[in-house]
Design a protein around this ligand. Structure first.
Ligand SMILES: Cc1cc2nc3c(=O)[nH]c(=O)nc-3n(C[C@H](O)[C@H](O)[C@H](O)COP(=O)(O)OP(=O)(O)OC[C@H]3O[C@@H](n4cnc5c(N)ncnc54)[C@H](O)[C@@H]3O)c2cc1C
Ligand code: FES
Length: 354
């Protein structure tokens, strides 16, 4: 159905639907027709490996198809009446002719949502979406010499970049080094190898840990000797990112390095306490490990968020009373300071303005 037809239905609904809001009626006709929140419908779940799958999602109104390759979306899934939010890099290429986007999820051992997305999600499920964001992006035009270093599910944002350069016909001199535990667990393997066949400038180097051992910085610089000349994007497990950061900064090349983290180390602890979300008039008792973002969402509040790991600052809210602690490093924040709710927990009773 064209967007003008949808708009006409919307305006008719607005005139005839009192006391319910037009949105409520529109959602009954088509669950993707809502202007209050971004939604998407899972069209297909495509297995990639034993523990990874690609979700093809058709976004509803308000979603921009012009995301930058490398950006991520927030996705909210209703499980047993509660919305659970996580961030996932978009693995598809931005294309205004397509009405779907894809994310590719690896089931984490004991991971709550990733396990459900890979193994339990039915096509047809309606999910909530947060707009694409993130700074780990490919410039257009791309730089003349690129190094991509990826590990495991860290391939996803880089796959969007490779697909985009392939589609636009702008593939420069690219070295892509990818590690996976085994060959069978290497996500997008056939497509990556086919791309390298098609593009003279693209060299793909694979490392399977069980056969070749871990590919560390030393091995990386051997397989890509001109790494210093290349603008570099790295995404993978935390130790790999730390090693890259150290090595590039020691070589005074920090400016040419782009890093995407999928998780933050929230191992510090706080005391916990009674938390009041003042404007929403919700109160909860919290332990010292639950973030204020998770607590607000659990209480049914629409909390602002982006990366959910302390980078983007989208989740900032005023702390009106009390003390909270940053779970990354134990730093304390006092009343009347702004706090990042995704990485802070209550250190005593406190009041958050939302
Ligand atoms: C910007 C961004 C982009 C992301 N893109 C992708 C993507 O494209 N594909 C993908 O599969 N995942 C991606 N993630 C990770 C994703 O958001 C979830 O964190 C992951 O799927 C685990 O969620 P879960 O609910 O299964 O685990 P949870 O139940 O939340 O956690 C289970 C356990 O695993 C630990 N844990 C959680 N996440 C990670 C992690 N990433 N690495 C190591 N330990 C972890 C937790 O500390 C906890 O102990 C991305 C994260 C960010 C911030
Ligand atoms: S959601 Fe990005 S910093 Fe909190």
């Amino acid at each position: 159905m064209s967007s003008s037809t949808v708009e006409r239905i919307r305006s008719v609904a607005a005139r005839i639907t009192t006391p319910l809001l037009p949105d409520d009626y529109l959602k009954m006709i088509n669950p993707l027709w809502t202007a209050r929140e971004l939604r998407g419908k899972v069209i297909e779940v495509v297995p990639e490996t034993d523990d990874a799958a690609t979700l093809v999602i058709k976004p509803g109104w308000g979603f921009r198809a012009d995301y930058a390759p490398g950006q991520y979306v927030g996705i909210g899934v209703d499980i047993d009446g509660r919305w659970h939010w996580r961030s996932y890099s978009i693995s598809s290429t931005p294309d205004s002719n397509r009405d779907t986007l894809t994310i590719t999820v690896k089931a984490m051992p004991e991971g709550f949502l990733s396990e459900h997305l890979v193994r339990g999600l039915e096509p047809g499920t309606i999910v909530r979406l947060a707009l694409p964001q993130g700074e780990f992006v490919l410039p257009d035009p791309p730089p003349a010499k690129i190094l991509f270093w990826t590990g495991g599910s860290g391939i996803t944002p880089v796959m969007s970049m490779l697909r985009t350069m392939d589609r636009r016909g702008t593939m420069p001199d690219v070295v892509h080094v990818h590690s996976a535990p085994t060959q069978d667990q290497a996500i997008f393997r056939d497509e990556r190898l086919a791309l390298a066949e098609r593009h003279e400038g693209l060299q793909t180097i694979e490392n399977f840990d069980d056969e070749h051992g871990i590919l560390d910085v030393e091995k990386l610089t051997k397989v890509c000797p001109d790494w210093r000349e290349r603008e570099t994007w790295v995404c993978g497990p935390a130790p790999m990112l730390e090693a890259a950061e150290k090595h590039w900064s020691k070589s005074k090349l920090g400016k040419s390095l782009h890093i995407e983290r999928f998780s933050a180390d929230l191992s510090a602890s706080a005391e916990g306490g009674h938390v009041t979300f003042s404007k929403s008039e919700k109160e909860v008792d919290l332990d010292g490990a639950t973030t204020l973002l998770e607590a607000g969402e659990e209480a049914g509040i629409q909390m602002p968020f982006g990366c959910r790991m302390g980078i983007c600052h989208t989740c900032i809210l005023p702390l009106k009373k009390g003390v909270v602690k940053d779970l990354r490093n134990g730093a304390e924040y006092q009343e009347n300071q702004n706090i990042q709710t995704c990485v802070t927990a209550a250190a005593g009773d406190c009041v958050i303005e939302i």
